[in-house]
Design a protein around this ligand. Structure first.
Ligand SMILES: C[S@@+](CC[C@H](N)C(=O)[O-])C[C@H]1O[C@@H](n2cnc3c(N)ncnc32)[C@H](O)[C@@H]1O
Length: 275
């Protein structure tokens, strides 16, 4: 059990060291102003792990490989997983109204998409829904949507694919009826087998190069806002390497990557074409 009081905070020195450790592992920048928040989050992990103070927990984490379950628990606390299906209208209007019709004119029959930092898979299933609905002859296509996230727990949730009403609230009714079913009349929705067959999920840190290359489309949203300039640069280099010339990047509108897009043409503040 933790011996710390319910409001105990890390010292300034511990704050610096925790922030550096989080930055080194995940690229995420935690500002000194977040000291109270970080302390609260660490205290929750202390309860779980039976460690009694901030210093011991720091030393404990420092020795563990990033693949250890405690790192996953810790990163779950310090990152935000907020996501839902059909987030940001403009993305889906473009995907359904422009990208898919154009892509079908190319004569290709394979489509590879990466939902990077996919959290619980909502974005990947939104992509799968649009594709299932937008391809003229779906049986003739090989579609692979890869969802990755640093959080092992998030990836497991994505694989389970159970979405509550809140996560589903922006899914157009017709698509909801066609591609999802409600579990036992409850408020939980599941994607159908067709959507599941297009998607796969695995753990991956954006600071590392992804092994699978050659994507036609990449979604990278609501993650780099938490990174500093150096880690954004590293991530964008990694992402660019796995995109085909002529492929598209759908980014968050506030990702702060404008200066790093030399290899792309900007179509919209949130859409880039790989040269
Ligand atoms: C706010 S969610 C965004 C989910 C989805 N892209 C969306 O826009 O709805 C941010 C996700 O980024 C993940 N993340 C943070 N740092 C990461 C890293 N270094 N590599 C991969 N994923 C990371 C978090 O685990 C979290 O699930």
């Amino acid at each position: 059990m933790s011996s710390l009081t319910a409001t105990a905070q890390v010292t300034d020195d511990q704050m610096r060291r925790y922030a550096k450790m989080i930055y080194d592992v995940a690229g995420i920048e935690i500002s000194p102003a977040k000291k109270q928040l970080l302390s609260n989050r660490i205290r929750r992990r202390l309860k779980e792990s039976g460690i009694t103070d901030f210093e011991q927990y720091y030393n404990f984490l420092k020795k563990l490989p990033i693949s250890h379950a405690e790192w996953d628990g810790f990163l779950q606390e310090v990152t935000t997983h907020e996501t839902y299906l059909f987030r940001d209208d403009s993305n889906w209007n473009w995907l359904r109204g422009t990208f898919l019709p154009e892509f079908q004119k190319t004569g290709k029959n394979a489509l590879r998409i990466w939902s990077a930092a996919c959290s619980t898979g909502d974005e990947a299933y939104s992509i799968a829904t649009c594709i299932a609905d937008g391809l003229r002859n779906p049986a003739a296509w090989r579609v692979q949507i890869l969802g990755t996230d640093i959080g092992v727990g998030a990836v497991q949730d994505a694989q389970e694919a159970k979405f509550n009403e809140r996560a589903m609230r922006l899914v157009p009714d017709a698509l909801k009826r066609r591609y999802f079913s409600q579990l036992g009349g409850a408020t939980i929705w599941e994607p159908n087998a067709k959507l599941r067959s297009m998607t796969k999920f695995r753990q991956h840190n954006l600071l590392d190069r992804l092994a699978e290359p050659s994507f036609d489309l990449v979604f990278l949203k609501n993650v780099l806002i938490y990174f500093n300039a150096d880690s954004k640069k590293r991530v964008m280099h990694n992402v660019e390497q796995v995109m085909k010339p002529g492929s598209y990047l759908v980014a968050g509108a506030a990702e702060g990557i404008g200066d790093l897009m030399g290899g792309f043409d900007r179509i919209h503040p949130w859409l880039y074409l790989r040269k």
